[in-house]
Design a protein around this ligand. Structure first.
Ligand code: ATP
Ligand code: MG
Length: 426
């Protein structure tokens, strides 16, 4: 026998058993953002490598170690997108969606990062993102946060997540803070790991984003960016906090929250949970007012977030009663015995599908006696079985059998079924 293949490490199949939960999540996401007037944008999965280097930053984990990059037929360097914001901005500029306009956009799809696979961290993973353009006040930052808060509420785990916020200030304020930070880390250089020593020169803020547990103390004691904010960013942040309070959204200010991508300024936020072990961030975002001009567009303020869907699915799986919320694959299973019954039954099922587009029918295929067919009906999870044999064809009737509750089997005319089926399903 030939050797069977396996999926690429860190890239998962979503099996039929798992897909109802994903579909449920995707539907909640679409409905939630639609209720705020956001429109969908779909971008390609491949982009020119330089797009990500220039936006995310050369000295970041993503660009330094995690991108899937290849040369296309000896010519262009292409990269599987590691995130959606850069592509979204590229598309917005390319199609003239941003200049002098306001946009509220969302996207959903796979992202690729070559990380060490573990629970909640994969090499192909799915993100849902929202991006807004043309708004510079903290009101839109609050809208994005409120939208995500509404989603946790709807999904049923709002009590298990915490909102952390911070402000990165203006570029100038951040530059001034950087030299203070570098000075502090130099004084404590023996506590830094190799990566951080290197970043001391190239990107010192990133040291605050370290995941190394041995460095938590030196990071916690570092000077706080909050104490060096420019006046405008300070008041932007104060209004943000006030508006969150007004909406009753609880938050905690985390002074070491700097995010792993270079393009952020002012507001940054993360929703974190203790329920997923080390991979606790389920949603992360912030303001990136400089990115549009950095990628060749007219300066346009922007703010957005991205959620990791695998981590949200892991949260959902821990909820009691989640199964009840998932829609069944099959509502009605149609059993047919004999050639005449198969013809009559297939026609009837097509008519039922016309009459009840929201009910899910599965027609038995592959023959076999009624006992075998009913076993399949039961396994399908259907609530009802419709049973058609020779005598039903002759009398133009159907036997209706309830599979999930105690109720006497009954015979109905096919005509009656076409108007009453919906009443037979609870
Ligand atoms: P982390 O700190 O967990 O590495 P990040 O800062 O690299 O996250 P972002 O680039 O901000 O993550 O992506 C937004 C969200 O996408 C994260 O908060 C997380 O929920 C999810 N995410 C990021 N990388 C992965 C991955 N490799 N596998 C699954 N989900 C991921
Ligand atoms: Mg990461």
């Amino acid at each position: 026998m030939a050797k069977a293949f396996q999926a690429v490490k860190g890239m998962n199949d979503c099996l039929p058993e798992a897909s109802p939960l994903w579909q449920y999540l995707e539907q909640c996401l679409r409905e939630t953002v639609s209720s705020y007037g956001y429109a969908e944008i779909r971008m390609p999965i491949l982009e020119n490598t330089q797009l990500f280097c220039r936006s995310i930053g050369e000295v970041t984990d993503i660009v330094e170690k995690e991108m899937y990059t290849f040369i296309d037929k000896g010519e262009d360097s292409l990269t599987l997108r590691p995130e959606g914001t850069a592509s979204c901005v590229r598309a917005g500029i390319e199609h003239g969606l941003l200049y002098n306009q306001q946009q509220r956009l969302w996207y959903m799809g796979p992202m690729f990062r070559r990380e060490r696979p573990q629970k909640g961290r994969y090499r192909q993973f799915y993100q849902f993102g929202a991006e807004t353009f043309g708004f510079d006040g903290p009101d839109i930052d609050v809208e994005l946060i409120a939208m995500s808060a509404r989603l946790w509420e709807r999904l049923g785990f709002a009590d298990q997540v915490e909102l952390q916020i911070n402000s990165l200030g203006s570029n100038e304020a951040r530059e001034a803070y950087k030299s203070i930070l570098v000075e502090y880390f130099r004084e404590n250089i023996e506590q830094l790991d190799e990566d951080s020593v290197r970043r001391l020169e190239s990107n010192p803020l990133r040291i605050l984003d370290t995941k190394n547990p041995d460095m938590m103390e030196v990071v916690a004691k570092a000077p706080k960016l909050q104490d060096y904010l420019d006046e405008e960013s300070r008041s932007h942040f104060d209004v943000l906090c006030k508006k969150l309070e007004c909406l009753g959204i609880k938050y905690c200010v985390n002074p070491t929250l700097v995010r792993g991508l270079d393009y952020y300024n002012r507001t940054v936020f993360e929703w974190v949970t203790n329920n997923l072990g080390a991979q606790g961030t389920i949603c992360a975002g912030g303001r990136y007012d400089g990115l549009v001009s950095q990628l060749g567009g007219q300066a346009t303020p922007a703010c957005g977030f991205a959620m990791g869907l695998e981590r949200i699915v892991l949260m959902l799986e821990q909820l009691d009663g989640i199964k009840d919320k998932l829609s069944q694959q099959v509502d009605v299973y149609v059993c047919m015995l004999g050639e005449a019954a198969e013809e009559n039954g297939s026609l009837l099922t097509e008519k039922l599908r016309d009459a009840f587009p929201h009910i899910k029918f599965q027609s038995h295929c592959g023959g076999g006696n009624f006992k075998k067919q009913l076993k399949k009906a039961d396994r399908s999870g259907a609530e009802l079985a419709l049973i058609i044999g020779d005598s039903e064809v002759q009398q133009s009737t159907v036997n209706v059998k309830w599979l999930r509750k105690q109720r006497e089997q009954t015979s109905l005319s096919q005509e009656a079924l076409l108007s009453e089926l919906v009443d037979l399903i609870s």
